[in-house]
Design a protein around this ligand. Sequence first.
Ligand SMILES: NC(=O)C1=CN([C@@H]2O[C@H](COP(=O)(O)OP(=O)(O)OC[C@H]3O[C@@H](n4cnc5c(N)ncnc54)[C@H](O)[C@@H]3O)[C@@H](O)[C@H]2O)C=CC1
Ligand SMILES: O=C(O)CCC(=O)C(=O)O
Ligand SMILES: [Mg+2]
Length: 387
Amino acid sequence: MIASRCIASTARQTFTRQAPRQIFKPAFISVRTYATPTPEREKVAKFKGQKESDGKYCVTLIEGDGIGPEISQSVKDIFSAANAPIKWESVDVTPQLIDGKTSIPDAAIKSVHKNYVALKGPLATPIGKGHVSLNLTLRRTFNLFANVRPCKSIQGYKTPYDNVDTVLIRENTEGEYSGIEHVVVDGVVQSIKLITREASERVLRYAFQYAQDVNRLKVRAVHKATIMKMSDGLFLRVANRVAKDFPQVEYDAELLDNTCLKIVTDPTPYNDKVLVMPNLYGDILSDMCAGLIGGLGLTPSANIGDECSIFEAVHGSAPDIAGKGLANPTALLLSSIMMLQHMGLTEHADKIQNAIFKTLAQGTTITGDLGGKAKTHEYAAAVISNL
Ligand SMILES: NC(=O)C1=CN([C@@H]2O[C@H](COP(=O)(O)OP(=O)(O)OC[C@H]3O[C@@H](n4cnc5c(N)ncnc54)[C@H](O)[C@@H]3O)[C@@H](O)[C@H]2O)C=CC1
Ligand SMILES: O=C(O)CCC(=O)C(=O)O
Ligand SMILES: [Mg+2]
């Protein structure tokens, strides 16, 4: 049911050659390099939310499962200490199964539509309970077609590579995540990877526009069209065609397995590129890039749509450490920085971001995943003291 709804809604969309209306402008990956607005960046639409009478913006908060509430609390505490003009509107997204279809409660949908932005903790996907991934459902419900996943080395935290600076843009609504699976006969199942020209074009245009917008003028499409000749073949053909509309952006393509090999051997050549790819490849590669800089506790992401956007960490609900105060809230915090930047609240973004990086560089109050002993709330308190 979900899959057919997705196909139908994709088909209804009018194909457009214009740039997507909202381009996320990343402070996290670019605070020094891209601080100056350029005419190109002025062209993109601004965040549509309005300040309320108390001078604050209302943002939907989905705390999530597992470690979600703990790391969300850190964000709330730090935002409050930093006097960030944000008012949180917590919503429940416990999935409802109606006629075999996973749906988000209406109140949550209304809240995100009203506020245009949401911050989201991780959501566990129940296995074997009839639900498709709630994350995927959210991305489809709000048509969040591009998932921007930057990954940058943290000063003071030593990893095999000192200078990682990757940006990955993942198609976020279809591909291997379409959820179209069925049993052919007992012992034989089929899972369909759905690729459409419309969704491919939409994310590819976004990637090229993004590259141009942040002056990172190389786009590389990552694919496996040698094997998935029709599906990845279509994605690649669309990439080749869209590239022609962005002559100032250098473009090439690379096979996924080769990208994996090269990026873990030496990530440096990827520091000037925007990687764009179908859904599953982006899911896997983004965890791999997180591994290059110290793990999933550090990597943020932005799910971008034309109407609204949801910011979340790359990681999941971490059931192995949930409820123990061991989680690193940095990934969700950096996602909230991306959100502030998206909303044009750059001063608050910079202030909180600097405190996070200072705390990590000091290295005295860091969480266990980074080799420290601090509990989640102790790390948050250290960030607050560095504000
Ligand atoms: N966007 C989302 O909401 C995502 C949800 N999930 C869901 O999360 C659940 C658990 O998935 P897993 O495969 O265990 O992946 P996971 O990302 O939750 O955890 C993988 C490993 O990284 C560690 N880790 C993750 N975040 C951390 C943090 N902030 N601080 C310290 N350590 C951290 C965990 O302890 C675990 O050892 C599943 O139900 C999955 O479907 C998975 C990925 C993304
Ligand atoms: O929805 C899920 O269960 C997993 C999602 C995921 O891995 C991701 O967003 O990176
Ligand atoms: Mg993932």
